[in-house]
Write a protein that binds this ligand. Structure first.
Ligand code: GDP
Ligand code: ZN
Length: 318
């Protein structure tokens, strides 16, 4: 049979397809650095940053995810599988449902400020989630330049320092304390959280001055044509650390990790629970409860215990 003559265009297409196929077989891997609608920004092992699609059956893909990538026939990148995660930070949406936010985190930075006034129940919620995820926390007290800061920050130190939490005071305007924060971020993948207005953007800008340039291209109109912001983004820090922030979410309630008791997320409560009369004591109203006894003697801070009760109540209502 006579050999079919191929046009130039056909020959080029076949060559491109063969190249794509061989590239996709090389086992490309990438790190998710931003996610927006149907697109994900990936950093490949070569450090090249590319836009990528993903297979619909993969579920949620979030910042910090390690993924395997292939090149499609159209020469576009597509995530075809997700590497196993070490952990997953989830937030509760408006309906109380968990939504994935960031993966493979090694540290949580909870940012509070002298203004808006510190919200200790939210802090305890973050601490609870971090304990359950078994990652350390840095409590960041920003706006230490404000007049009311000293009294507020002293109260927080009194409660949280004896529990072993790292506390750093900063002023994002003068830069005070930001070097200490930078050291604690070295070699970690940290997520920075906290309510709107505490100074997260100012701090992130100081730590990663070119952050907007790196990620600005991903902002685009979503399917409804509205302009939306990213839900999270990952930036590289000077000394090998990575910082994930969530500019698209003004403030979020972290989702407790399922199947891990809330009491385990309160260090001082889990430490004393071994002395309760009942091994399944919930430390609410049980007789001879070592936790309630410690609250009465002031060895457990009243605010921590009250927040524990509120979080127990919330969980039971769910
Ligand atoms: P975010 O919503 O947590 O990202 O907070 P921003 O970084 O946008 O900061 C909110 C406001 O607080 C801005 O007007 C900042 O200039 C201001 N701000 C941030 N850090 C400090 C600080 O350390 N001291 C004072 N006085 N103001 C600050
Ligand atoms: Zn008890």
């Amino acid at each position: 049979m006579a050999k079919r003559r191929l046009s130039h265009r056909q020959k080029n297409r076949i060559r491109d397809n063969q190249q794509s196929a061989s590239k996709s077989n090389t086992g490309l891997t990438g790190l998710v650095i931003a996610h927006h609608g149907k697109k994900v920004k990936l950093e490949l092992e070569s450090n090249e940053v590319v836009d990528s699609q993903f297979r619909a059956n993969l579920g949620n893909i979030v910042c910090g995810d390690q993924v395997s990538v292939e090149l499609t026939e159209g020469n576009e990148y597509r995530i075809h599988s997700l590497r196993p995660r070490n952990n997953l930070l989830q937030r509760l949406d408006g309906y109380g449902k968990p939504r994935a936010l960031a993966a493979n985190i090694t540290q949580m930075v909870v940012c509070l400020a002298a203004s808006p006034p510190p919200n200790l129940i939210l802090l305890d919620q973050y601490l609870l989630t971090a304990e359950q995820m078994q990652i350390p926390v840095v409590i960041l007290l920003n706006k230490c330049d404000l007049a009311q800061a000293k009294e507020q920050f002293d109260t927080i130190r009194q409660i949280y320092q004896p529990l072993g939490y790292a506390i750093i005071e900063t002023c994002a305007i003068s830069g005070k304390g930001l070097q200490d924060l930078q050291y604690s971020l070295d070699h970690n993948t940290s997520v920075i959280t906290g309510v709107s207005g505490v100074g997260k953007s100012s701090i992130t800008q100081w730590l990663v001055p070119d952050v907007e340039i790196r990620v600005s291209e991903i902002s685009e109109a979503n399917e409804e044509g509205r302009h939306t912001t990213r839900t999270s983004r990952l930036s590289h820090l000077q000394n090998g650390g990575q910082l994930i922030d969530t500019p698209g979410i003004r403030s979020f309630n972290p989702a407790p990790v399922p199947d891990v008791a809330i009491a385990n997320g309160f260090r001082e409560i889990s430490a004393r629970a071994v002395d309760c009369q009942f091994h399944n004591c919930r430390h609410i109203n049980e007789p001879r409860c070592a936790v309630i006894a410690a609250v009465k003697t002031g060895n457990i801070a009243e605010s921590r215990y009250q927040n524990y009760l509120k979080l127990m109540e919330q969980e039971q209502a769910r």
